[in-house]
Structure formats: C-alpha cells, structure tokens
Design a protein around this ligand. Structure first.
Ligand code: FAD
Length: 454
C-alpha cells in the first residue's frame, strides 16, 4: 500500500467498531488520523456499563477485514468459538443446529469493548494516529471540510480541519445529518416495534458454565426472543427481545411475579440459569432497533459515511459489525484503485449500498425466522436437507445462511444465487413428481395390457 503523496489528514467521528478499524486502515495508507469519540476510553472501563455490555458474533466478512490488517489472531484470542445454535424450544426441548456445512464454518463471540480495545491499541501504536475520548462532534462544515468538537468534561470547543472527514458515528449519525442537510438526500429509518434488554447467565456456583459454552443459545417464541452469547469467563450475555407494547410485552414486565411468570411460560429452562433476572430486567435500559437506508454516503472528496451511519440493520443476521468492518476493507480498495478521492468515495458507495440494502431485508426476514421458525420441525428438516445438498453438490448448492455468514460473497449476489438454487430444487421436485406420475401411468398401462392379454 503506497502512502498518499503528502500526508493527508483524516478526522474520524466515532471510535465504535467501524471508526476504530477505519483508523487502522487509514493510518496504513499514510493518513494522519484524529479520532473523536464522545464516550470514555473503553480500555479504562473494560466491564462496560451495566446492561450495555453488547456481545457480538464475528463471522467471515469481519474476519477477512481484520485479517487484512493483521489483527484477526489478536481478536480470536479474546473470543469464544460458537459451533452452532442451541435452540431451547417453548415446550422445554433442546436441540443443536450446526452453523455451517463444514467444520470450520463457525462464529466467534466477542465483547464489543474488548474488540474496540484491540483496534484502538493497534491504531494508537501508529505515530500519526490520535484518539480523543470524551469529545463530541457538534458541527460539520462539509465543504472545508472541518468539524467542531466539544469536550464532554468542560465544554471546551475546538475547530479541526481535515482533508477527509469519516462519519463513523452510528445509526443516529450527526455527520450524516449535517452532510446531507439541504441536499437532495434520501433517507429512511424504521424502528422495530420490539426493543431489547441485556441480561446475564453468570457462571455456576462451581465456577463452571451453566450451559454448553461454545454455542449461541436461542430461546425462540412469538412473545419474546432471547439469545445468549458466550464469554471467555464462562458466563453468557443474553439479549432479550420483546414487543414494547401489548399484553405480553416489555411494558408488562414491571414486577418480579410478572417477570417470573413470563419466563416460566415462554422460556421454561432459562429462569434457573439467571439468578439476577428480576433485578436486571427492572434496572437495565431498553435498547431500540433501527434500520437505516440513506443516500448519498459521501460529499465530494471531503466526507464519507461508514458502518451503521449509512446502513444500520436489525441484529438478527449478526451482520451489522461484520458489514461495517467490510466497509473499511472496501473503502481501502477503492482508495487504492482511484487516484481521485472523490471518485474513490463514489465507487465505495456504488460497491456497497446495493448490498447493504439487501442485508437490511435479510436481517428483517431473519427476525421472523429466529422468532417463529427456528424450533419448528420443518425448519430443522430444511436445514438438514440444505447441508446434505451442499455435501452432494458443493459447487452448486450453498445455503443462504452459509453464504452470508461464512463467505464474503456480496449480499445481493448471495441472495440472487439462493433464489436460483431454490428454483432449481423446485424444478427438480416438479420434474421428480412428473417422472413419478409418468412411471405410475406406464406401469398401470402395462399391467392393464398384460391383464387383457391374459
Ligand atoms: P457504533 O458501534 O454505534 O459506534 C458509533 C460510535 O460513535 C459510538 O462509540 C458513539 O459513542 C460515537 N458517536 C456517536 N455520535 C458521536 C458524536 N456526535 N461525536 C463523537 N462520537 C460520536 N453485529 C454483528 O456483526 N454481529 C452481531 O452479533 C451483532 N449483534 C448485535 C446485537 C445487538 C443487540 C445490537 C444492537 C447490534 C448488534 N450488531 C451485531 C450490530 C453492531 O453492533 C453494529 O452494526 C455496529 O456496532 C456498528 O458499528 P459502528 O461503529 O458503525 O457504530
């Protein structure tokens, strides 16, 4: 990677997952990088804030982007491999569903703050990168470009100029709002009518995990959906998703009796694993889930958006972070291929947006799948048939989930290929039926003739 001719200066807003990795990539390209993050340094508060400890599933796209900058092994050392899902059905039965069709097709569970700490350490080690925690971006001048940042501690305000401003400030991005302000911009945001709470399954009294550790645990159900990611210390971080309103909803979980009754009825085997269930539900904040589709993603050669700032998706496909990491890699490739930065930023949007829009749809569909279907016999049979077909026809048949989670096939291509595969199976099934009917007809006719001849 050849550094830019003179040392260009990039200002990144947000040291979340996308911003921290972008700092590593841009520093490698020779940029001087300043990152402004409104929160405190996650390395100083590794346990996170109670109820906001978010745990994420890292899959192929994220791993590729980390590998490209030599950070994959550092991250994997801090994560727990997940071989598949353990599904806890409402009737109390428990089943295991492998994630992939091959043994290496697994996910890795990692704490958000730990992951950010690895990225920030790696970027910080470069002499031209500086992180400024506790600074909130207040104003963007998209044409200079420049930002005004304000200290969260004492309100001090600074003007910072740059060659490139990167908006990595998440789903409710201020950079996005100010970059698009007054322009012909398209924007849609859609909140799910379900919110979520972070809960925990601590290690057991004997210091051992209370459930099988190397898997994602899922409690599906129409009134609530809970998933649990494993941690290195043997505990699991759970996310309980529920409707905000209604007879059985977050609004009704206001007393110990209501909480216990809900769990007993919907997740019968979970209550005994969660000794702090009641206090956690009553005290932890409710998180919101939003899908963002927006355009443009950049302003000339001056400002660009990455990560949730330009494509927030519901978390049910486990691809938000993975696609944000993929952004960093694709942006780097585009800057490589185009000497003119404006052309590179336009190429970046063109390369990514059609795919992240498809990801938004897939993530919505997977909500229904996890909530309503994953424990049904039909789903289990279909998944087994998918794995069998992939073993028989590895070149021609790859399940959609496998393409999304375990390959880097762009999302829209993965979806188109899965539609083609479905059509072929329908034809084959219809062909099989037709052949069967013809066979029955022919054998009946032969039998009839033989009978007449007799
Ligand atoms: P963020 O992580 O939101 O970071 C934005 C940063 O910008 C924050 O640190 C914020 O403090 C900072 N910021 C905001 N405004 C300003 C400002 N004005 N000035 C300065 N700083 C600012 N993805 C997966 O791939 N796998 C999963 O398993 C998965 N599970 C998820 C589970 C849940 C419950 C949720 C909610 C999301 C999940 N995701 C998952 C999605 C993933 O968390 C997001 O896609 C990812 O965090 C996006 O990274 P980002 O850096 O773009 O945004």
């Amino acid at each position: 990677h050849s550094p830019t001719n003179r040392r260009d200066r990039a200002v990144i807003i947000g040291a979340g997952l996308a911003g921290s990795l972008a700092a590593v990539y841009l520093a490698r390209r020779g940029y001087a990088v300043d990152v402004y993050e409104r929160r405190e340094d996650p390395r100083l508060a590794p346990a996170g804030i109670a109820g906001r400890s978010i745990n994420l599933g890292l899959s192929a796209r994220g791993m590729r982007a980390l590998h490209d900058v030599g950070l994959l092994n550092d991250v994997l050392k801090r994560s727990v491999p997940m071989q598949g899902r353990v599904v806890h059905s409402p009737d109390g039965s428990v089943g295991f569903q492998p994630y992939g069709v091959r043994d290496h097709q697994i996910l890795h569970s990692v704490l958000r703050d730990e992951l950010i700490a690895v990225l920030v350490d790696a970027a910080d080690a470069q002499p031209e990168v500086r992180f400024h925690f506790g600074w909130r971006m207040h104003r963007l001048d998209r044409d200079r470009p420049a930002v005004t940042v304000v200290s969260e501690q004492d309100g001090e305000s600074l003007d910072v100029t740059a060659d490139l401003v990167v908006g990595a400030d998440g789903a409710f991005s201020t950079v996005r709002q100010q970059m698009q302000h007054g322009l012909r911009a398209n924007h849609s945001q859609e909140f799910l009518d379900w919110g979520y709470k972070e809960l925990t399954i601590p290690v057991g009294p004997d210091g051992q995990p209370r459930v099988r550790l190397e898997a994602l645990h899922v409690w599906p159900g129409e009134h609530g959906l809970m998933v649990a990611h494993p941690n290195l210390d043997g505990s699991l971080t759970c996310t309980l998703f529920m409707p905000y309103e209604g007879e059985s909803s977050l609004a009704t979980l206001t007393s110990a009796e209501a909480i216990r009754a809900f769990f007993r009825h919907n997740f019968p085997d979970a209550e005994e694993l969660m000794p702090h269930l009641v206090e956690e539900i009553l005290s932890h904040p409710t998180g919101h889930l939003v899908t963002v589709r927006t355009s443009p993603w950049h302003h000339a050669d001056r400002v660009v958006l990455i990560g949730d700032a330009c494509h927030a998706v519901y978390p049910f496909y486990g691809q938000g972070m993975n696609s944000s990491f993929e952004d960093c890699l694709v942006l780097d490739r585009c800057l490589d291929e185009h000497r003119d930065r404006g052309a590179a930023l336009a190429a970046f949007q063109a390369a990514r947006k059609p795919h992240t829009d498809v990801l938004a749809d897939l993530s919505t569909e997977n909500f229904i799948e996890l909530r309503d279907r994953v424990h049904r016999p039909g789903y289990v049979v279909r998944a087994a048939a998918d794995r069998l077909l992939n073993r028989l026809l590895p070149e021609h048949w790859t399940p959609l989930y496998t393409m999304v989670a375990h390959t880097t096939t762009p999302y829209a291509e993965a979806l188109a290929r899965s539609h083609r595969q479905d059509r072929i199976v329908r034809w084959a099934a219809a062909g099989g039926l037709a052949a069967g009917a013809a066979l029955v007809y022919l054998s009946a006719r032969t039998a009839l003739r033989a009978a007449r001849g007799r």
